[in-house]
Design a protein. Structure first.
Ligand SMILES: [Zn+2]
Length: 476
């Protein structure tokens, strides 16, 4: 059963099927609601509006209290809406050392290295001595052949291989590798963006990395407009006094003591690179020990450099808080963990700087409720994503549900944090399904409460979650 509102009585044609709307009182009267019963196999509309053949009639809006109908609309909206992925570590093909793609990169993802070393008898030293193909083979043997690939990071590889049409029955690594070797980076970027229905990805760009600087100087980093720049400034905030020498090496008159002249030069550095990268925001990743304010150089640099420069360029300052670096250095990149962070510091930063825009995500599950409440209190805080160790279906669902209940449409449920191109397929397939699941529940709850749900508003919510909330926050 489907309700259509805003129609005149009469006959309507949609997708080749005729429907009759009978007015409640006499003919040719405005109908507040017409109820159509249709065969569930009959697709009699194909867009947000009923197609009306008769020009004397007004287009109606499709509304429903039917839960099955709500499910269909949500699935359709979430699947068809292109994603603006606001934090990744992906790069265009024109930056070949940074553009990671293909089977061996997928398998040697640091999440899978940690999982392999836990279960395999191999020593850390032996593992790291192997080349990347051998490491990938070791990971495949341990996590996909000797065991069922149950973890989320393992399931991700399965989703990717499946979505690329590879034969999962064979479990033959050599065949998969041969398929990937026949692709080019550019081909693969185009294919994956299309399959994942992603329109843009935001990179993580380091203006202190000499190789990466060269790609910005020669324009290669901007060659593919789907890849957007972000100025990541961890060492400028956290690397004192050593970073003074690095900045000085690039021609900025910065001393270790952070006097007025140094601060001015840091502002000049930020401004130069925001412009060069056309940065969408300025970002930093912080440990659970981060406090604001305190007497550290980080507070001075935030107050005196980052906030004024961000405000001048109307850019958000993004904080990703809660990473504990190298709890096991033997695991290298896979050796980071997490800890609960201090929301009071974030509250202070937000309330002391109402004219600055901030983005935040936190790594610990224990922070999520406080963080969502903090977002309610500060309109200058943009809450996003289920970061890193939170990117697990159970936690994504819990967080998305809670955020929807506390913040309605005003947050972004997910970013991918992909390091390897093909991960876009699984991170978004898996997250889309969970976001849709929660949306279905919430719209069904609304219908139960008496709200007459429209297809257009479901589409609008999906668009906000998957792209326009971020675009509108940037433009604000
Ligand atoms: Zn990241």
């Amino acid at each position: 059963m489907v309700l259509v509102t805003g129609l005149y009585g009469g006959d309507y044609q949609s997708a080749g099927h005729w429907l009759q709307a009978r007015p409640l009182l006499g003919s040719e009267q405005w109908l507040n609601q017409a109820v159509f019963t249709c065969d569930s196999t009959l697709r009699w509309f194909d867009g947000p509006e009923v197609f009306v053949d008769d020009q004397h009639c007004t287009k109606g809006e499709i509304v429903t209290t039917d839960f099955h109908q709500i499910d269909q609309w949500v699935d359709q909206a979430i699947a068809s809406t292109p994603i603006y992925d606001l934090h990744t570590h992906l790069y265009p093909a024109a930056m070949p050392e940074y553009c990671l793609w293909g089977l061996d990169e997928l398998l040697t993802y640091h999440y899978l290295i940690a999982e392999t070393i836990r279960v395999s008898p191999i020593s850390y030293e032996d593992f790291w001595r192997r080349d990347q193909e051998q490491q990938a083979a070791c990971i495949w043997e341990n996590l996909f052949v000797d065991r069922a690939p149950l973890s989320e990071a393992c399931r991700g590889v399965v989703t990717v291989l499946h979505r690329l049409g590879l034969n999962l029955q064979s479990r033959n690594l050599a065949d998969y590798r041969a398929w990937f070797k026949n692709q080019s980076a550019q081909q693969q970027i185009d294919r994956i963006f299309k399959l994942a229905n992603v329109k843009s990805v935001v990179m993580t760009n380091d203006a202190l990395d000499p190789k990466e600087r060269a790609y910005w100087e020669n324009g290669a980093a901007e060659a593919d407009p789907r890849f957007k720049g972000v100025l990541r400034i961890d060492p400028v905030l956290l690397g004192w006094p050593q970073v003074a020498r690095t900045l000085a090496g690039f021609g900025y008159q910065v001393g270790a003591e952070l006097g007025q002249e140094s601060l001015k030069e840091i502002r000049r550095f930020l401004t130069d690179w925001i412009k060069k990268m056309k940065a969408l925001y300025v970002a930093v990743s912080l440990t659970p020990q981060w406090r604001y304010p305190d007497d550290s150089p980080a507070t001075t640099v935030i107050k005196q450099c980052i906030l004024p420069v961000c405000q001048e360029h109307n850019l958000p300052f993004a904080l990703m808080v809660g990473v504990r670096r190298q709890v096991n250095p033997l695991l290298k990149l896979a050796g980071d963990s997490l800890g609960k962070s201090d929301i009071v510091s974030l509250d202070r930063l937000l309330s002391e700087n109402p004219n600055n825009k901030f983005m935040c995500t936190m790594l610990s599950r224990e922070n999520q409720h406080e963080l969502a409440v903090t977002a309610r209190k500060h309109r200058n805080l943009f809450l996003f994503g289920c970061w890193w160790f939170l990117n697990n279906p159970a936690l994504i669902e819990e967080m998305t549900r809670m955020r929807m209940e506390l913040l309605g449409e005003a947050f972004v449920p997910q970013h991918s944090d992909c390091r390897v191109l093909e991960q876009l397929l699984y991170k978004w397939d898996h997250s889309r399904r969970i976001i849709a699941k929660v949306m279905k529940d919430k719209f069904a709850d609304l219908a139960r409460s008496g709200w007459v749900v429209t297809q257009a508003e479901i589409q609008r919510t999906a668009t906000r979650y998957l792209s326009s909330n971020f675009e509108e926050f940037l433009a604000r």
